[in-house]
Design a protein around this ligand. Structure first.
Ligand SMILES: [Zn+2]
Length: 95
């Protein structure tokens, strides 16, 4: 079990204190690098590694799914709870 209690989380990499915030997180798909901005995460105050919670990770996985079909090398999108981020992603890469 890893400690999920708020306020006393520690970075597994360096032991730094984790603070809630918004992070830009890269994801590496087979053909595409996706940068997702504004991801709610626990961010290490020491090494700045962002850690997403399970719920956010699930959301990101579903955000990434439709992007696998796109032939773009880099996509930038904003994390959102909305069901369809693809249009915004296409705007971001100027398609
Ligand atoms: Zn750290």
């Amino acid at each position: 079990m890893t400690g999920e209690h708020a306020g006393d989380s520690r970075c597994p990499l360096c032991g730094g204190r984790l603070q809630s915030g918004l992070a830009t997180v890269p994801f590496f798909l087979p053909n595409t690098v996706v940068l997702i901005k504004g991801v709610p995460a626990e961010i290490c105050s020491s090494c700045h590694e962002p850690y997403t919670t399970g719920q956010v990770t699930d959301r990101i996985v579903s955000l990434l799914k439709p992007l696998r079909a796109l032939q773009a090398e880099i996509l930038v999108l904003s994390y959102s709870a909305e069901p369809c981020p693809v249009e915004e992603a296409l705007v971001s890469v100027g398609v």
